[in-house]
Ligand binder design. Structure first.
Ligand code: PLP
Length: 410
């Protein structure tokens, strides 16, 4: 029989979301007809804006005519989109990103998972805890994670983010080569201000570490002192790769488009000690394993940068953030400590004393018919916390909050 990549066998089963679904199904079987409000799902609910839909129709027409047909596109993405990104996502914020530093993808998850292809298998990893599970699992697949003790992987340094430290990750002690930062954060909904982020850039510069900065939720930032990009911090281009996505910015979870910035001044080192451009390696990797995001989807993404496109996506994000405000107020009024939700679409609740994340899940489901995601599923430091998302419909959010207030969850 064929030998498999045994690292895959070391992965724990995707317990979190399947267990959430199992408990909901079980509850439905026992309580037929009960209306459950789902606040566990991380997908958006609003449709794609009309500017993007119109651009896709036009692009589909392009594909139907010989003179405008587009076959294989550039692996790095079309320049028409990369130029808009450089202008509107970076230059307007005073950040100079070259078009050649930008790689269009079919979403942030692929790039975050694939970036490990260009890094040594021996790299030491650090993640904030709780964490978006993709960072950990992809390193397990690559054989970098070590042994699992039921909670943590031996070769991964976990940086706990809890109410006690204001959800600000402590600096790593183990000299990791790669540090994953995600801000605004999934699952805690918290952010890092400019000063703190500058400390991370400084740390990476002094310790020759690479920061993998996931800013999939940057469009939700409301406060001026919160950087939208790590490159707003001087010196970050020498130490950081940034991942972005149109999924939560513009409802592209089903269309699939995002991008990654790998600045040309970013270098690693080869086995013989010579400096290697990470931009060149990533380009080589993409040219070998990826044939580009579709022309139609890239035209849709381009349309998001028009005046109409920007207005439409901002309106949708404002609606989600209105949900977040309703959730924050409501959960506080119910007497619980709650975090995040001001610059992110996630609300992070501290469960009442002595109640675990999963116990809280069961209580909310049974007593309020509301679901969320147990924090312990995102890492050991997530135990005792619970995530609600603001991606639902406004009416459902109001209804969920009323149920929470009526029931004495504390
Ligand atoms: N990064 C974070 C932190 C996320 O929460 C998600 C999706 O939920 C992604 C990346 C994936 O985004 P995409 O849909 O672009 O693959």
């Amino acid at each position: 029989m064929i030998k498999v990549n045994d690292n895959f066998c070391r992965l724990s089963a995707n317990y979190l979301f399947s267990e959430v679904a199992r408990r909901i199904d079980e509850f439905r079987r026992q309580n037929p007809g009960t209306e459950i409000i789902r606040m566990d799902i991380g997908d958006v609910t609003s449709p794609v804006c009309s500017a993007a839909v119109r651009a896709m129709r036009q692009a589909a027409d392009d594909q139907s005519r010989t003179d405008t047909f587009h076959g294989y596109g550039p692996e790095q993405g079309y320049e028409f989109l990369r130029a808009k990104i450089a202008e509107y996502d970076y230059k307007v914020r005073g950040v100079d990103i070259a078009v050649d530093d930008i790689f269009i993808s079919d979403g942030a998850k692929s790039d975050i998972g694939n970036i490990g292809d260009i890094l040594s298998c021996g790299c030491k990893i650090a993640v904030t805890d709780p964490v978006y599970p993709v960072y950990v699992d992809t390193n397990v697949m690559a054989g970098r994670a070590g042994r699992y003790d039921g909670k943590r992987w031996s070769n991964i340094e976990y940086l706990p983010c809890t109410a006690e430290n204001g959800f600000i990750p402590p600096m790593p002690s183990g000299n990791p080569d790669v540090i994953y930062l995600c801000y605004p954060n999934n699952p805690t909904g918290t952010v890092l201000n400019r000063e703190i982020l500058a400390q991370w850039v400084d740390h990476a510069r002094h310790h020759n570490a690479l920061i993998l900065f996931d800013s999939a939720y940057e469009a939700y930032i409301r406060h001026d002192d919160i950087p939208h990009s790590i490159y707003e911090i001087p010196g970050a281009k020498d130490v950081a790769i940034e991942f972005r996505s149109y999924s939560k910015t513009a409802g592209f979870t089903g269309l699939r488009c995002g991008y990654t910035v790998v600045p040309r001044q970013l270098h690693g080192v080869g086995d013989d000690g010579h400096a290697v451009s990470l931009n060149a390696l990533w380009k080589r990797r993409q040219c070998t394993k990826f044939n580009g995001a579709s022309y139609i989807v890239q035209r849709a993404a381009e349309a998001l940068y028009t005046v109409e496109g920007r207005r439409e996506i901002n309106e949708t994000i404002d609606c989600y953030m209105r949900n977040a405000a309703v959730l924050l107020d409501g959960v506080r009024a119910a007497g619980l400590d709650v975090y995040g939700g001001e610059d992110a679409p996630y609300i992070w609740i501290k469960t009442p004393d002595g109640i675990s994340s999963w116990e809280f899940f069961d209580i909310l489901l049974k007593e309020c018919n509301v679901t969320g995601t147990p924090g312990s599923g995102f890492g050991p430091a997530g135990e005792g916390y619970f995530r609600l998302t603001a991606f639902g419909r406004y009416e459902d959010t109001i209804k969920a909050v009323e149920r929470l207030k009526r029931f004495n969850v504390k």
